[in-house]
Every structure is written in structure tokens, then in C-alpha cells.
Design a binder for this molecule. Structure first.
Ligand code: COA
Length: 190
């Protein structure tokens, strides 16, 4: 059997994985962290990544690591888990600041496996790494019994949308997220 491309993330992957995931989450990361720059959002997401019971925990992340540490990361979970993962994250953030207003902006559909965030280290981009990771996640989701895989793409990122279209994803709806319009895309797995 070939080695799997991706491995489960560990808390020790935080230094490599958190900046990648924060870049992928972009405006949403800024909103959640109440930060003015992606770098300023790192400390909050590092804490969430190291922890367990929240949406941004390492428990929901796979990394690509060819021996030198994570060079790509993907955050993914069943869509049906999104409400509970959001509620757990909101409870943590309200514990730190009870005045925080955090609206629930549903991203996924309950009947899909959801790819929440994906990023490849800048030095590794443009070589097909993201495509391989998405294929690996599709195979894993199919193996786990999911019939569809879904994701959101920011309308301001047409290059990323082209990548998803090439991989067989098609738009089936819209979502507003952190004040930006996103398209929801799905790919059937069987
Ligand atoms: C989008 C991203 C994951 C693509 O990773 P990648 O490994 O370079 O992707 P691949 O090599 O498999 O595919 C490249 C395709 O991605 C698309 N693309 C989108 N943005 C790109 C970028 N900045 N650089 C290169 N390709 C980009 C292009 O369609 C390209 O297709 P082409 O080779 O036919 O031109 C990567 O650029 C990244 O991590 N960006 C920052 C985080 C992000 O925006 N994540 C997506 C939102 S969750």
C-alpha cells in the first residue's frame, strides 16, 4: 500500500500550520480574532489549534509532511458537525470576552463532508499539491461513507475557483461570510 499523502495534525504542527490556515480563512480569521492583520490573528488560532474542543483544533486538520514539517494543511469535518463545532468555539471566545458578538454564518450542508480551509506553503505552490490534497480528502470522505464533498470559495478569488472547477466542483449556492460573498461548491463522490 502506498504511504498516505496526508497525516493527522498534532499540536506540535501549530507553528507551521496556523499561519497557513489563517491565510486560507482570511477575512473570517480577522473577524473571529478581532485582528487587523493575519499575523495578529495567529496567537488566537494557535491556542485554538493546540486545543481540542473547537472548530480550529488540530483534531480536524490533516497536514502534508514529507519529513521536514508541515508544508500544507487542510481543515475538514462532516458538515453535520458544523453547528456544534461553531457553538464550542463561540463558548470559548465568549469565555474570554462575554461582550463578543459572534453570529453563526453556516458554511456547509449537513449531508456533505466539508473542506473548511486549505493552504499550501508559498514555496510549494503551483505544483499540484492542493489538487493532490483535495483528491486525498475526497477518497477519505468516500471511505467514511460521505456522498458529497463541499467547500466555499470567496468571489474575490477566481483563481482558486478555477482550481476547484478543474477538480470537479460546481457551484450550488451562495453564502455570506465575514461580510464577503462566497460561492458554495460541491463535488459528488459517487
Ligand atoms: C489556493 C492554493 C491552496 C493552491 O495551492 P497549489 O498547491 O498552488 O494548487 P495547485 O498547484 O494544485 O493548483 C494550482 C491552481 O490553483 C489556482 N491558484 C489559485 N491561486 C493561486 C496562486 N496564488 N498560485 C498558484 N495557483 C493558484 C490556479 O487555478 C492554478 O491552476 P493552474 O496551474 O492551471 O494555473 C494556494 O495558492 C494557497 O495556499 N493559497 C493561500 C490560501 C488560500 O487562498 N486557500 C484557498 C481558500 S481556503
Amino acid at each position: 500500500m502506498p504511504e498516505p499523502l496526508l497525516r493527522q495534525a498534532h499540536p506540535e504542527d501549530a507553528d507551521a500550520a496556523v499561519p497557513l490556515l489563517v491565510e486560507a480563512m482570511d477575512a473570517q480569521a480577522l473577524q473571529l480574532a478581532g485582528a487587523g492583520s493575519l499575523r495578529a490573528a495567529w496567537p488566537l488560532f494557535r491556542e485554538l489549534f493546540v486545543g481540542r474542543d473547537n472548530r480550529y483544533s488540530h483534531a480536524h486538520v490533516r497536514v502534508l509532511d514529507q519529513g521536514g514539517g508541515a508544508v500544507a494543511a487542510i481543515l475538514a469535518y462532516p458538515g453535520r458537525d458544523e453547528p456544534a463545532l461553531f457553538a464550542a468555539t463561540r463558548a470559548l471566545l465568549r469565555g474570554r470576552d462575554p461582550s463578543r458578538v459572534l453570529p453563526y454564518e453556516p458554511e456547509s450542508a449537513p449531508d456533505e463532508y466539508y473542506l473548511d480551509a486549505l493552504a499550501v506553503a508559498p514555496s510549494q505552490r503551483g505544483r499540484g499539491v492542493a489538487a493532490q490534497m483535495i483528491e486525498a480528502m475526497c477518497a477519505e470522505a468516500l471511505g467514511a461513507g460521505h456522498a458529497r464533498i463541499g467547500l466555499l470559495v470567496d468571489e474575490a478569488k477566481p483563481g482558486v475557483k478555477r482550481l476547484y472547477e478543474k477538480l470537479g466542483f460546481a457551484v450550488d449556492g451562495e453564502r455570506m461570510l465575514a461580510g464577503r460573498r462566497h460561492e458554495h461548491m460541491v463535488r459528488p463522490l459517487r
